[in-house]
Design a protein around this ligand. Structure first.
Ligand code: GLA
Length: 375
């Protein structure tokens, strides 16, 4: 982008004809329940381009420059809504009410036991059978001086997937001229309920479909993690990463230790664990939680968050059966996710930071992905 005149534009997907600032979503199909789904394309001054659906708040594509300035799509996804509905492993989606697992889909709150939908063996995962990733959100695009974005609203009814209370959720995606993609989460409820919202984009910073992610170099500012049982429920222990394959305090390739003989790696079939961020959950602060560097493209992604935890998932369940955008086949570990969150199964783990939202309180959480390059 050489023009100094050009600032922000919200462009029509597949067409540059749309006037700047005018929100013209493009049709992206109809759900099997008959709901119309739209795609919004947001672009910043450096050419970073994001395509988002009102269905599940799904990020379908995200084009960012490499060290030579060449744009590539760095997230996994599908070409059609039918593919997303047929069985997506949460590609690009907003997750709620609860990111990650709740053991046996049960928890007790204020003396009452609640039973949630179970959709991952005996456990509840990512909000249940029909979580926030499968809902059509009300979407409103916006444009400010130095950013462009989309406000997504969804009201989850009392009893949905077994959860108590009507939950009103607002998630704002903002793409700034500083190459940040900001997620702001807000929610209120009329009855006490667990809430743990996150974003489940899968990345391959070399480019979508361009091989596995084992060469990506990861840094995590986490001295500790939460080990799991064989069904990926935290045992409750908070364990030091020192001397384990979970020590990413200095930059280390994802593949460097992933196949070591280690019970935790065996349970996760690789990395699928919640890291306890050293400076996590410190309110308004936005400490760096993670950095991912991809050496061939030079792309870097920095993640900062107000959340206390981060689920690092190395795409272990991808097995070559899914065909993504432009027909690419998603083989084992072709993408990774960095889900900022509260810890899994917190409603059953009193020692973990609380995930309970009560009437009159506001749920607020912010995560920033910043894209850059390194030599
Ligand atoms: C999270 C979970 C994983 C897996 C992926 C989606 O990262 O922890 O076990 O469910 O989502 O496949």
């Amino acid at each position: 982008m050489t023009s100094t005149v050009r600032r922000w534009s919200i462009i029509l997907a597949g067409s540059a004809a749309c006037a700047r600032g005018a929100a013209h979503p493009q049709p992206f199909g109809t759900t099997n329940r008959g709901e119309a789904v739209s795609a919004y394309t947001l672009k910043n001054a450096h050419g970073i381009e994001l395509q988002v659906l009102d269905y599940g708040g799904i990020i379908v594509s995200l084009r960012v420059p490499d060290r030579a300035g060449r744009l590539d799509d760095v997230v996994l996804g599908f070409d059609s809504l039918a593919d997303y509905e047929r069985g997506s492993p949460y590609f690009g989606a907003l997750i709620g009410r609860y990111g990650n697992r709740i053991a046996r889909g049960r928890f007790t709150l204020d003396g009452r036991t609640y039973t949630l939908a179970t959709n991952n063996g005996l456990n509840h995962l990512h909000g249940g059978v029909r979580g926030f990733d499968k809902m059509v959100w009300a979407a409103a695009p916006f444009e400010h001086g130095d950013s462009v974005g989309l406000v997504l609203n969804y009201t989850s009814r009392d009893g949905e997937e077994g959860y108590p209370g009507t939950l009103r959720a607002t998630v704002t995606y903002t793409l700034t001229n500083a190459n940040q993609l900001i997620f702001d989460y807000h929610a209120t409820t009329d009855r006490a309920t667990p809430v743990n919202l996150t974003q489940h984009s899968y990345f391959n910073l070399a480019g979508d479909g361009k091989g596995d992610i084992l060469g990506h170099v990861v840094t995590l500012t986490a001295d500790r993690f939460t080990p799991v049982d064989s069904t990926l429920i935290p045992t409750g222990e908070i364990r030091s990463v020192a001397g384990t394959p979970f020590d990413f305090r200095t930059p280390t390739a994802i593949g460097a230790r992933i196949d070591q003989a280690d019970d935790q790696l065996r349970y996760g079939r690789g990395y699928d664990h919640n890291f306890v961020l050293n400076k996590g959950g410190t309110g308004g602060d936005m400490p760096l939680a993670a950095r991912v560097y991809e050496p061939t493209s030079g792309r870097v992604m920095d993640i900062s968050t107000t959340e206390p935890g981060l689920q690092f998932y190395s795409g272990n369940f991808l097995d070559g059966t899914l065909r993504g955008k432009h027909g690419v086949v998603y083989r084992h570990r072709y993408g990774f996710a960095m889900e900022t969150q509260h810890f899994p199964d917190s409603p059953n783990k009193p020692a973990f930071p609380s995930t309970i939202l009560r009437p009159g309180e506001e749920y607020r959480s912010r995560t920033i992905y910043r894209f850059g390059v390194q030599p």
